[in-house]
Write a protein that binds this ligand. Structure first.
Ligand SMILES: Nc1ncnc2c1ncn2[C@@H]1O[C@H](COP(=O)(O)OP(=O)(O)OP(=O)(O)O)[C@@H](O)[C@H]1O
Ligand SMILES: [Mg+2]
Length: 222
């Protein structure tokens, strides 16, 4: 599903060279892959490249058999909207919208009619166990519930790949494990690929595949 080949993205700042260097990895369909590594090891940098939010200095990114690193910004934006889902540490929900309206947003941006967007967003919220919280606003939900809304929003367009940056970091320990169980179940039942950046042992324990980064390089073969 996702293939990175010899990816380098270097930042030069004050004589220091940081970033990611020569990284190759594969995340097949239905795989929950975790990018582990200490702070500053390059996890977010790699997720932004895989999420087509940034371009590598060298190397290729292939998504579902298509080479995407050289595409125009417009084509990359379209792929992000239709084929990728994003989950962030801080949930990034729109506070003035209900859970349902938040989950409908990417579908409406794709141009889906409102009734279909509503239907699909409702199904996604049902699947993550929030059938009875659809009309709550983010401020009326717990952290774990907000993160499940974010997962429903990411999955409602039926993406090929979901990218999650430290999705459990704002949750207490009791909520991190169940959230990852949900992602593992979703990857299996829908064939969605997940690439999750985290140093949380509860996240790493649920990975189908673990990639360990140190100083911007892959430390261990999967
Ligand atoms: N825009 C930037 N400009 C300069 N350096 C950057 C930039 N973004 C990241 N870096 C550097 O690249 C390295 C990797 O950063 P990155 O954010 O990918 O790490 P991370 O593994 O996600 O860390 P954390 O666990 O703290 O989120 C760090 O040394 C960081 O300082
Ligand atoms: Mg990071």
């Amino acid at each position: 599903m996702l293939e990175l080949r010899d990816i380098t993205r270097a930042y030069e700042l004050g004589g220091e060279r940081a970033g990611v260097f020569g990284v190759s990895l594969d995340v097949p369909a239905g795989c929950l892959a975790v990018l582990a590594g200490p702070s500053g090891s390059g996890k977010t940098t790699l997720l932004q490249l895989a999420g087509l939010l940034d371009k590598p200095d060298a190397g290729t990114i292939t998504l579902n058999g298509q080479e995407v690193s050289g595409l125009s910004e417009r084509a990359r934006c379209d792929l992000r909207l239709r084929r990728l889902g994003f989950v962030f540490q801080a949930f990034n929900l729109v506070p003035v919208l209900s859970a349902l309206e938040n989950a409908m947003l990417p579908l409406q941006l794709q141009g889906l009619p409102e009734t279909e967007a509503r239907h699909r967003a409702e199904a996604a919220l049902d699947r993550v166990g929030l059938a009875d919280r659809k009309h709550h606003h983010p401020g009326q939900l717990s952290g774990g519930q907000q993160q499940r809304v974010a997962i429903a929003r990411a999955l409602a367009p039926d993406p090929l790949l979901v990218l999650a940056d430290e999705p459990t970091a704002s949750l207490d320990h009791a909520h991190g494990g169940p959230l990852m169980d949900l992602m593992a179940d979703l990857s299996r039942e829908r064939g969605t690929a997940f690439l999750v950046a985290s140093h949380d042992p509860a996240v790493i324990a649920r990975a189908h595949r673990v990639f360990r980064l140190a100083d911007g390089r892959l430390a261990e073969a999967p």
